[in-house]
Design a protein around this ligand. Structure first.
Ligand SMILES: [Mg+2]
Length: 145
């Protein structure tokens, strides 16, 4: 069973970085790296490591920028990986999927019980498992068997 996380707007506060949109339009990847965390990362890491030891697979499914080319895609993907390494360094993700903007996230789902946390309603609706908004992420994770 998989537990999947979106990044932007879910665990990373991309939209809280000043001028983030202009910077992305100008193919500047730094907002992805500078984004603040949206939840307590020590608590998140602790619960994820516990769930992984119980057999859950933990992963990231995150989109590249809308305005992209190969060079920018590579820089954005690196920035996102650095963000994860910095803020969730103790979590050994089973998969990190950083895919083109708009890619339906259900490609990474393996079963009807797979969980997705995502701030975008469209992604939650498209998901074939169980999807949650960004509220109460830790509480949801702590109730998993
Ligand atoms: Mg998002």
């Amino acid at each position: 069973m998989r537990i999947c996380f979106d990044m932007d707007g879910t665990i990373a506060n991309l939209y809280g970085v000043e001028n983030w949109l202009e910077m992305l339009i100008n193919k500047d990847e730094t907002p992805y790296e500078k984004a603040e965390v949206l939840i307590n990362m020590n608590s998140l890491a602790r619960v994820l490591n516990k769930l992984q030891s119980k057999g859950y697979e933990i992963g990231i499914i995150s989109w590249l920028a809308k305005n992209s080319n190969n060079d920018y895609d590579e820089r954005v993907a690196s920035a996102k990986r650095r963000w994860l390494a910095k803020h969730l360094h103790s979590v050994k993700f089973d998969f990190i999927e950083i895919v083109s903007y708009g890619t339906p996230k259900s490609f990474a789902a393996t079963g009807r019980n797979d969980i997705l946390f995502d701030d975008e309603a469209h992604n939650r609706e498209e998901w074939t498992g169980v999807a949650y908004d960004v509220h109460n992420i830790l509480e949801v994770l702590r109730t998993l068997p």
